[in-house]
Design a protein around this ligand. Structure first.
Ligand SMILES: Cc1ncc(COP(=O)(O)O)c(C=O)c1O
Length: 432
């Protein structure tokens, strides 16, 4: 007998791993300084020097601009806000199509709807889980206005190829870089290869400010539009040399001085925060990469993967055990993980029933596109049958802690024949 914890044996990793803590003395000091200044936000939503925010917001944007080598960094209060602003800045009009991947956090596909845009789903690649440029190409129509590529789980989409495709078709490429703060494709930082890159600084990310985000661009006009949309732009267009009015009405998407001050400290230490997660994921890959039916992440040549998520492609045909049973045994050993990521977004009711805004279902009233099962078979297979996820960002693990997780996987994998027998006696596999 294997001594599997599922059957009453000793777990390989008994205690849950401690949570990763990223707030240190520098962040404490930064917050104290803002509190002492008594200026918690420097923004005014009207023309004047305060339109671009207070001293910490501007210092944070300066630091971000230098770090990523871009002309403009515009902070926002979340990546969701950043995506909305990016879609607006791209000039998306009601009925315009925006190509997005289906396997991502919902904000990627909802942002276009905020301007009446129609999300069009293109399938992802098998290996990287990011947009497949061939699928994107097949979806481009005269109504297409933009592409949102997601650098999913910390791995770059085929960004140079997507940028060339966007440029050739007069489209704006927006990078949803929420999960890949230090990702790179052939030495170029993710977030800076599209026309606009959007970063997330929410609590779950490699570096964070509680809630927050950043948009970057090298395009002066897009930068101006992003800044207007962030801050009640309708009040400011009179005083600014903005060339047209489309989508320049604004919201309050502003970052506070407290969050910006924390962000400055987090950015100064970004190499350590990201590096720790990368090492954790790489050690898991090295320790389990030889197992049959257990395909660890394989970054594409020339790419840096930040491992927001370490995703294994599980193959039940090779292990002989369903993903559900393997996962149960793994959880019992103390390996925190999930099966599947999010259901492909086109399966959300909002898409299936084509109802986003108002009683009639605007903006879908402007389009014949329909949504339902089968639209993106790769994403569906990955989600329903193969994905097994671990979140390196959530935990603080030393070498011994990582070794226990590796041992947990190897123990369950080594007992797969026993698990298969148990599964048969239970009446068969719980999933494919
Ligand atoms: C791919 C992706 N896009 C967008 C978002 C939205 O980020 P935020 O919570 O900062 O709005 C997230 C958040 O998890 C994400 O993972």
């Amino acid at each position: 007998m294997s001594g599997l914890a599922l059957f009453g044996g000793e777990p390989a990793a008994s205690a849950p791993p401690p949570r990763y803590r990223s707030m240190g003395p520098a962040e404490m000091q930064a917050v104290r300084e803002v509190m002492e200044s008594d200026c918690l936000s420097g923004f005014y939503g009207s023309p004047g020097p305060e339109f671009m925010g207070g001293p910490k917001v501007q210092a944070f944007e300066d630091a971000w601009r230098r770090h990523y080598g871009v002309r403009h960094a515009i902070s926002v209060n979340s990546a969701t806000s950043g995506l909305v602003a990016a879609v607006g800045a791209a000039g998306v009009s009601p009925g315009d199509e925006v190509i997005v991947p289906p396997w991502t956090m919902s904000a990627t596909a909802i942002a276009p709807i905020s301007y009446g845009g129609i999300p069009v789903f293109a399938d992802v690649e098998d290996e990287t889980f990011c947009l497949d440029p061939n699928m994107v190409r097949a979806e481009i129509t005269p109504r297409t206005k933009a592409i949102i590529a997601v650098n999913l789980f910390g791995h770059p989409a085929r960004l140079a190829e997507l940028r060339a495709l966007a440029d050739a078709n007069g489209l704006t490429l927006i990078e949803d870089n929420a999960q890949a703060p230090l990702g790179a494709e052939h030495g170029r930082p993710t977030g800076t290869i599209g026309h606009i890159g959007v970063f997330s600084l929410n609590y779950h990310k490699h570096i964070h400010t509680g809630e927050g985000g950043m948009c970057v661009t090298d395009d002066d006009r897009l930068a101006e539009r992003l800044a207007l949309i962030r801050n009640h732009g309708e009040n400011a267009v009179e005083g600014l040399p903005v060339d047209e009015l489309t989508n320049t009405f604004g919201f309050n998407l502003r970052l506070s001085e407290l969050a910006a001050a924390i962000g400055i400290a987090q950015l100064a230490d970004i190499d350590r925060h990201v590096g720790r997660r990368e090492r954790l994921a790489q050690t898991l890959s090295e320790g389990t990469g030889d197992l049959a039916g257990w395909r660890v992440p394989r970054p594409r040549a020339g790419c840096r993967h930040n491992y927001y998520v370490w995703m294994v492609r599980y193959d039940a045909r090779q292990t002989g055990v369903s993903r559900a049973t393997f996962s149960r045994a793994l959880a019992a050993e103390g390996f925190p993980h999930a099966t599947g990521y999010v259901r492909p977004l086109y399966l959300l009711r909002l898409f299936r029933e084509r109802k986003a805004m108002g009683r009639d279902g605007f903006p879908f009233t402007l389009s014949n596109r329909t949504y339902g099962p089968g639209l993106c078979p790769v994403a569906e297979r990955l989600h329903e049958r193969e994905a097994l996820l671990f979140e390196p960002c959530a935990y603080d693990l030393d070498d011994a802690g990582i070794a226990r997780l590796v041992a947990a996987v190897r123990k369950v994998h080594g007992a797969r024949a026993e698990l298969a027998g148990w599964e048969r006696r239970q009446g068969g596999a719980a999933d494919a």
